[in-house]
Design a protein. Structure first.
Length: 279
């Protein structure tokens, strides 16, 4: 009995495979008794054909014509020529507001500001200081240039400008000076008052005669006293008798001869102080 059932199961497997293949090849209609195979189905003629892969590439753009400028008659556009007699100078218009008449703003200093300290000053001349990017000329003082010369009562001329600058440098001795200049310097020469501690630098120069007092300035009286006392540049030429005499200028070095041979009657012979050449 078991063998009979096994034989039926073996025969049922090929029959089921045949039914599956046949079912895949046929399509059942909803109505009617006939069947239609897959091979008999016609393609849809109304379906849109597939586009080629290069259809996304844009085609060539049309060439646009170059813009054409319209010619203009210069006799119409250009202003008419005028002679000098026809021109008339007009007065400038008034400013639109009072702000145009305002001058540059003044530099505002702090309330406790009492000058700018300049370290390591250098005296360029008697009355001119250079330090920390500033060039300061002392106010109330006529600067004595370093190339200036003075004449004493005896008519002797002496370089008072260099002597005054040397005396001014000895007075400064590299000490810091405080001058009434802006906190930031510039390349222009600034006229200002300067002091070292409580001593007025311009007052010292004028009192000792190493600078002239400006006319109508605060040191005019001190300048008259220095002139009357013949101090500094108002005095006589310095006495150089105690100095050693100036050494004479050295004699020029002898010139080397162009050749160690001298020519005589067409023959070359060695100089008298030269040995004879070896034979």
């Amino acid at each position: 009995m078991r063998l009979f059932h096994l034989s039926i199961a073996v025969l049922a497997v090929p029959a089921m495979a045949a039914l599956v293949v046949t079912g895949g090849r046929t399509v059942q209609r909803g109505e009617g008794s006939g069947t239609v195979t897959v091979d008999q189905i016609e393609p849809d003629v109304d379906a849109a054909p597939e586009e080629p892969a290069t259809s996304a590439i844009p085609g060539p753009q049309p060439i646009m014509p170059a813009p054409h400028s319209r010619s203009i008659d210069p006799d119409i556009v250009a202003p008419p020529p005028l002679t000098a007699e026809e021109l008339e100078r007009a007065e400038p218009r008034a400013p639109l507001s009072d702000l145009a008449l305002a001058g540059p703003p003044k530099l505002k200093m702090p309330d406790d500001w009492n000058g700018t300290k300049l370290f390591q000053p250098v005296a360029l001349a008697a009355g001119v200081i250079e330090a920390k990017g500033y060039s300061v000329a002392l106010s109330g003082v006529d600067v004595v240039r370093q190339d200036e010369t003075c004449a004493d009562d005896g008519g002797r001329s002496w370089p008072c400008g260099i002597r005054a600058r040397t005396a001014f440098r000895a007075f400064l001795r590299g000490r810091a000076v405080v001058c009434t200049v802006p906190p930031e310097g510039g390349r222009d020469l600034i006229t200002a008052e300067c002091r070292i501690g409580k001593q007025d630098v311009g007052q010292w120069l004028v009192e000792n005669g190493w600078a002239r007092a400006a006319e109508g300035g605060p040191y005019a009286e001190a300048g008259e006293k220095a002139r009357a006392a013949k101090k500094g540049i108002f005095g006589s030429a310095p006495n150089l008798s105690g100095l050693p005499p100036v050494p004479p200028a050295p004699s020029p070095a002898p010139q080397a001869p162009g050749s160690i041979l001298q020519e005589e009657n067409g023959d070359l012979t060695p100089l008298a102080d030269q040995p004879a050449p070896a034979q």
